[in-house]
Design a protein around this ligand. Structure first.
Ligand SMILES: *Cc1c(COP(=O)(O)O)cnc(C)c1O
Length: 501
C-alpha cells in the first residue's frame, strides 16, 4: 500500500483474485468443514486479540489470518448441513453482487442520490410482491431485517389511529390504552416493537393458538371485543405465515375478517414463509394479500446474503405518513413517479440492496427459484415420512414449509404416555424433554449437521429446517441416521434415571 491513497489497480486485482479464490475453495470444500466452530471464547480471544496496528499490515497476512484464524471458527450459515433456526444461505450471484454493491457504495436515501438504485428498488419490490402474492402496486421498501419491518408496520398502524402521536407523543395526555394482538407463536420482534412504540408488553395480547399452533380467530375476536368493552383501543393484529417454532400459518383469511370487522390493521409476518409462495401449492395455503402490510425475508429463503428484507403496505401513503420528514438539506425536486426511499423507514443512509436481488432473481428466474424450493420441500417431506414411520419418534405441528419438527420419544414410553392419565404424564414429559435436549447436543457435536430446538405445548422439540442451496438428499439422510443413532444411545444412557428425572 502506497503512503497515500488506496490500493493501486494492480494491488486491487491481485487481492480481489485471491479473495474470489478463497470463496471458491471455501464453498467447494464446505461439505467437509464442521458447521459449528469448536473454539472456546478464551481460545478465540487468544487467536484474534492483538494491538492496534500502527502501520499497515500486508494484505497477504490479513487474508491468511482470516483463512486460518477466523473462518474455521465461525458457524457456517451457508453450509449444506445447516438445519438450525431458519435458513440463511446465499448464492454465487448474491455473493458477487454484494462485492459490486460495496464498490459502488451508493447511498439509496433519495432518488437524487441514487437514481438507478431507487428505480431498481421499485422494480425488484414489484417482483418480490408478485412472487409472494401481494399487490405489486403496494408501497414497499427494502430494510435490514424483519424485526424492524414489523416495527415500521406497527408504527404506520399506530399513526393511522389519528391520535396525533407523531406530534404530541403519548405521555401526559388523555390517550386510550392501545392494544396489539398476536399468538404466543409469533416472533419476539413483535414484543420488541410494542416496547419501542410505547404500547407496552402488557398491551400485546397473546391470543390462544390451536393444536397446530395457529391463531384461533374466534379467540382473537373475543379478545378484541372484551378489550373494547374495557375501553381499550385495539389497533393492530400480527398474523404469521411460518411461525418461528413450528412453521405454522395462521388462518389469514379468517384473521383478516376479524380485522375488517373491528377496523384493525393486519400485519402479516411472512419473514420465513412468504417467498415459498413462489410455489402454487404453498400459495394456495397462504393468501398474503389480505395483509395491510407484509414482511418477507429474501435473506432467509431467496439465496440472497444478509441483510435484506422487504416491507410492503397496500395502505398507500401510510408508511410515509409515519416516517416522512424532510429537512431542508435533503430537499430535492423529485421527478414525478419516483421515490425517496428514506421516506418509508427510520433509516436515512441505505445500501444498494436492490442490486443483489436483481442479480439473484434474474440469475435463477422464477422457475429456477421454484425448482430449488420444491426440492427443499421434497427433502423435508422425506424426513417427515421417515420420522413418522419410526416408532421411536414423534412429529410435532405441521408446516407447509420445509421445516420438520420432531421429538425422540421411545416407543414404550409413547405407549405408557397414551395409557396414562394426564396427571401421570408429567414424569414421562420430563424424561422426553431431557432426552431430546441430549439428542440435540449429541447431533450438534457430530458431523451430520446443526439443528436447533424450541419448546411448545408439546414439549421440547427438535427443528430441522431445509433451505440451503447446497443441501442434497445425502445430507438429510445422514442427519436422519444420526438422529436415530443419537436417540437410541441417549435413551440407553438416560433410561436408568427415568424414575428420578
Ligand atoms: C426470522 C424472522 C423474524 C426476524 O427476522 P430478522 O430479519 O432477523 O429481523 C421475524 N419473524 C419471523 C416469522 C421470522 O421468521
Amino acid at each position: 500500500m502506497a503512503a497515500l491513497g488506496d490500493w493501486s489497480p494492480e494491488e486491487f486485482a491481485a487481492a480481489g483474485h485471491e479473495v474470489l479464490e478463497l470463496i471458491r475453495d471455501h464453498l467447494a470444500a464446505i461439505d467437509d468443514v464442521p458447521v459449528l466452530g469448536r473454539c472456546t471464547p478464551e481460545e478465540l480471544r487468544a487467536l484474534l486479540a492483538g494491538p492496534l496496528p500502527e502501520v499497515g499490515v500486508p494484505f497477504d497476512r490479513i487474508l491468511a489470518d482470516t483463512r486460518e484464524r477466523v473462518i474455521p471458527h465461525l458457524t457456517h450459515w451457508n453450509h449444506p448441513k445447516f438445519f438450525a433456526y431458519f435458513p440463511s444461505g446465499t448464492s454465487g450471484p448474491g455473493i458477487v453482487a454484494d462485492t459490486l454493491i460495496s464498490a459502488l457504495n451508493v447511498n439509496a436515501m433519495l432518488w437524487k442520490t441514487s437514481p438507478a438504485a431507487s428505480a431498481l428498488e421499485q422494480v425488484v419490490l414489484g417482483w418480490l410482491a408478485e412472487l409472494a402474492g401481494y399487490d405489486p402496486g403496494a408501497d414497499g421498501v427494502l430494510v435490514n431485517g424483519a424485526s424492524l419491518a414489523t416495527f415500521y408496520a406497527l408504527a404506520a398502524a399506530r399513526e393511522e389511529l389519528g391520535l396525533g402521536i407523531r406530534e404530541q407523543g403519548m405521555a401526559g395526555r388523555d390517550l386510550p390504552v392501545l392494544r396489539v394482538y398476536c399468538t404466543d407463536q409469533a416472533h419476539s420482534s413483535v414484543d420488541k416493537a410494542v416496547i419501542a412504540l410505547g404500547v407496552g408488553l402488557n398491551n400485546l395480547v397473546k391470543v390462544e393458538s390451536d393444536a397446530g399452533y395457529r391463531m384461533r380467530p374466534d379467540r382473537l375476536a373475543a379478545a378484541v371485543a372484551a378489550d373494547r368493552e374495557r375501553g381499550y383501543r385495539p389497533f393492530a393484529v400480527v398474523a404469521v405465515a411460518g411461525t418461528t417454532s413450528t412453521g405454522a400459518v395462521d388462518p389469514l383469511a379468517d384473521v383478516a375478517a376479524v380485522c375488517r370487522d373491528h377496523g384493525l390493521w393486519l400485519h402479516v409476518d411472512a419473514a420465513y414463509g412468504g417467498l415459498y409462495n413462489i410455489l402454487p401449492e404453498i400459495r394456495a395455503q397462504a393468501d398474503l394479500g389480505v395483509g395491510d402490510s407484509l414482511v418477507i425475508n429474501p435473506h432467509k429463503v431467496l439465496f440472497t446474503p444478509l441483510e435484506v428484507t422487504a416491507l410492503f403496505s397496500r395502505r398507500g401513503g401510510r408508511l410515509a405518513a409515519a416516517f416522512s420528514l424532510v429537512p431542508e438539506y435533503l430537499r430535492t425536486d423529485r421527478p414525478e413517479g419516483t421515490v425517496d426511499y428514506m421516506d418509508f423507514s427510520l433509516q436515512l443512509g441505505r445500501s444498494f440492496r436492490a442490486l443483489k436481488l436483481w442479480w439473484v432473481i434474474r440469475s435463477f428466474g422464477r422457475s429456477g427459484l421454484a425448482a430449488r424450493m420444491a426440492e427443499q420441500l421434497r427433502l423435508a417431506r422425506w424426513l417427515h415420512e421417515q420420522a413418522g414411520a419410526d416408532p421411536g419418534f414423534r412429529l410435532v405441528g405441521g408446516s407447509p414449509y420445509p421445516l420438520v419438527c420432531l421429538q425422540a420419544f421411545p416407543a414404550d414410553l409413547q405407549a405408557a404416555w397414551a395409557a396414562a392419565e394426564p396427571a401421570g404424564r408429567a414424569p414421562l414429559a420430563r424424561y422426553r424433554d431431557r432426552l431430546n435436549a441430549l439428542v440435540m447436543e449429541r447431533v450438534n457435536q457430530g458431523q451430520a449437521g446443526f439443528i436447533s430446538h424450541t419448546v411448545v405445548q408439546d414439549g421440547y422439540v427438535l427443528r430441522v429446517a431445509v433451505g440451503n442451496l447446497r443441501t442434497e438428499e445425502r445430507h438429510v439422510a445422514a442427519l436422519w441416521e444420526e438422529l436415530q443413532r443419537a436417540a437410541v444411545e441417549e435413551d440407553r444412557m438416560l433410561r436408568p434415571g427415568l424414575e428420578t428425572i
